[in-house]
Write a protein that binds this ligand. Sequence first.
Ligand code: NAD
Ligand code: UDP
Length: 313
Amino acid sequence: MSDKRVLVTGGAGFIGSHLCKKLLEEGQKVICLDNYFTGSQENVSDLLQYPTFTQVHHDVTLPMNVEIDEIYNFACPASPVHYQYDPVKTTKTSVLGAMNILDLAHQSGAKILHASTSEVYGDPLIHPQQEEHWGNVNPIGIRACYDEGKRCAETLCFDYYRKYDVDVKVIRIFNTYGPNMHPQDGRVVSNFIVQALKGEDITIYGDGKQTRSFCYIDDLVNGIIRMMQTEKGFIGPVNLGNPGEFTILELAEKVVGLARSVSKIVFKPLPPDDPKQRQPDISLAKAKIGWVPEVCLDEGIERTIAYFKKVLI
Ligand code: NAD
Ligand code: UDP
């Protein structure tokens, strides 16, 4: 058993719940902080068996005070449907949330890992995306509340390091999927799987030629924990994602095949500012934290289908 007290903000969400579980399995004391906007109690109900697990209902836009050794800052809606629902609140969560959590890290001398995103690259001008790319983001579009909020949060992380010597780490997560995604999350993998299992039309936005790179949750969590273990002064940002690149049409066909579904594929309007291609260059993650993802898309989709078959009953 470790004496370390670890705070996971957004701990009842998709990634946060897997992270809490892994940390508890490793013997850490975990505080899961969430406002339950997109997260759920079901995601963490099996963690209540750990006496070292505590839940706090709190909103990161408000200051907080707790004695803590390590912080994983994951609070923020990540699906376009949910972050566009109240875009002002999304910016507040990203920016005020990051400030409050960085203040907490500063006061308590805690190490902090912040969850940033491939969205900081916007509709990228470099392919695959390397950490040096400054991005191509529309600052006034419908994705800006999230993209610019996350960019500002990165700025804050680096300034808290330079100004206050806070031990900060920044990861840029590329599209990640797996069990504990909400059936109504709205992101592409969960949408397609739920549609396929229900025999509903598979909704491709646009012509389906846009690409994404999909990382299975277990791989991502391993990378997150390795990054937290790096020495002080190594801030990143580090890309974490699976470099396998697929068109959205390829993904749809794969999901229909693996789910043995009768669903047909239909095409809907493409939302504004939808990035055309996305693929992480993970050379830095390989070199600095010895991380490469191991779960291929077919295997990850099969595991995720098995999860949704249980929750959709
Ligand atoms: P999620 O929506 O499942 O989880 C987000 C969690 O944060 C939820 O439990 C939600 O209730 C909580 N939350 C939201 N606003 C909050 C607030 N103001 N105060 C406290 N809690 C709040 O999404 P996820 O996929 O698990 O994403 C987690 C983090 O990882 C986010 O910061 C997201 O930007 C980042 N990320 C995720 C992906 C991905 O592909 N899943 C990609 C890039 C970045
Ligand atoms: N998408 C789609 N159908 C859906 C949901 C999403 O075709 O039901 C597309 C979306 O337009 C985008 C890609 O899939 O091109 C990934 O979308 P998601 O919302 O998962 O993540 P992001 O756009 O933030 O990468």
